[in-house]
Design a protein around this ligand. Structure first.
Ligand code: ATP
Ligand code: MG
Length: 405
């Protein structure tokens, strides 16, 4: 069908009273960014809905983009027709023929913002409903929970017809909650944590630790590629690479094996917190899940969290691995995450890390390294890039993958 407009219904935002303007403004900005390739369409953000007038732009492409924009509850592609019953009937019939199947039930539901139109809502429902059921006898009219609700909106300028409601991504418009740093590894959990943070309106920047030559370019590119998977939800993402080689070598050299991992994580957290401060972030997000591995017991979290009072939000903290994997598959990060490039944690992982590190011992052993000097040298080497739609970092050819396995 040649849709002329997409009507967008807001999510949670419409209940937020005085924040409403901020929400709608952000959503407008995010939708504009998501649709920047479409140059004909016009976006009209209203108080209760947003109207995207297509002006000939491709509805299917626009629909695909809108599915990724947080803050949208659902949306309906619609067709504008003249305020003339013959035009309404002809277009409605064509739309119903396209989406209905024999045996389905339907009803017509009319709203009027123009009360001068010669039919009121009941009359329109009856008139158009009667016409459609005469023309399409294989369909059944049903008032309660029909398969198709055919919507008619009578406005001053024209009549708008809609046959579908497409589920949006829900959540809050990205940016309404401020900015946070996501500690992004190459694993399954942290990209999911990032997705969930974005969904609550947090604009995230990726912080990734890498340790050349112990970790390969592929490991770094994998993290960038994972970030690229989240780009459709925001438009672009800043990727901050933080060199971690010297810190890991120094810790390996100076700290008892059982505390390697705990102290490495403390250094990661300190660095993330410094980066957050430099970049005006408000919180840190990571992919930790309670009890998943040695570094994610509550004792470990206590010993690691000791270095910062910044809010640390763990969106997947209470999810089972299977639940996390289901989201990863949904957002298409899973296949990438399981590609076998070693990241900096696996390489320096001791064979038997303490699952219940003691805070006093952690602090004591950490005195063996010069924390401040190491932090400064690492921060001097950070590199910030921006990842945009369509960027590619990893050649995912089968040959290359099989070479690695
Ligand atoms: P993930 O899928 O997130 O890698 P995991 O079970 O492998 O999960 P760990 O490697 O124990 O988790 O790491 C826990 C969290 O620490 C990660 O989710 C991530 O937030 C952070 N993290 C680990 N390694 C890195 C890294 N190289 N760069 C940035 N953050 C990291
Ligand atoms: Mg990991």
């Amino acid at each position: 069908m040649q849709y002329t407009e997409i009507m967008v219904r807001y999510g949670e935002l419409s209940t937020k009273g005085k924040n409403r303007n901020d929400f709608i403004g952000r959503l407008n900005g995010n939708v504009t960014k998501a649709l920047h390739e479409y140059t004909n369409l016009r976006i009209h953000p209203k108080r209760d809905r947003m109207h995207i007038v297509l002006n000939g732009d491709d509805a299917d492409g626009v629909i695909e983009r809108l599915r990724h924009v947080f803050g949208i509850q659902n949306f309906s592609p619609s067709i504008q027709v003249e305020r003339d019953m013959d035009a309404v009937k002809a277009t409605a019939l064509a739309m119903m023929q396209e989406i209905s199947q024999p045996g389905m039930s339907f009803k017509v539901n009319t709203r009027r913002s123009d009360h001068k139109f010669f039919l009121d809502t009941n009359e329109m429902n009856r008139e158009l409903g009667g016409y459609l059921s005469d023309e399409l006898p294989e369909l059944e009219v049903q008032m309660k929970k029909p398969d198709i609700t055919f919507r008619v909106e009578v406005r001053q300028d024209a009549i708008y017809l809609t046959s579908q409601v497409i589920q949006g991504a829900g959540g809050l418009p990205v940016g309404t909650a401020g900015k946070g740093m996501l500690m992004l590894s190459g694993g399954i959990d942290s990209p999911v944590a990032g997705y969930l943070a974005l969904k609550r309106g947090v604009d995230i920047e990726m912080v990734h630790f890498f340790s050349p030559p112990y970790t390969s370019d592929n490991a770094l590119n994998k993290a960038k590629e994972l970030s690229a998977k989240l780009v459709p939800y925001v438009g672009s993402i800043k990727f901050i690479e933080v060199p971690f080689t010297e810190i890991q070598e120094e810790i390996k050299h100076s700290v008892p094996e059982g505390y390697l991992m705990t102290i490495q994580r403390r250094m990661m957290l300190r660095l993330t917190d410094r980066v957050r401060e430099m970049r005006n972030g408000l919180a840190i997000f990571n992919g930790e899940s309670v009890g998943q591995v040695a570094s994610q017991t509550l004792e470990s979290m206590l010993a690691i969290n000791d270095v910062s009072t910044t809010p640390i939000i763990r969106p997947v903290a209470t999810m089972d691995k299977n639940e996390i994997i289901a989201v990863a598959k949904d957002i298409d990060t899973y296949e990438l995450s399981i590609m076998p490039f070693e990241d900096c944690c696996t390489i320096f992982a001791p064979p038997a890390p303490k699952t219940r590190p003691r805070l006093d011992k952690t602090r004591f052993y950490e005195k063996n390294i010069d924390v401040e000097a190491l932090l400064e040298r690492s921060l001097a080497g950070i590199k910030v890039t921006e990842i945009k739609a369509g960027d590619q970092f990893l050649n995912q050819d089968e040959e290359i993958i099989s070479e690695l396995l």
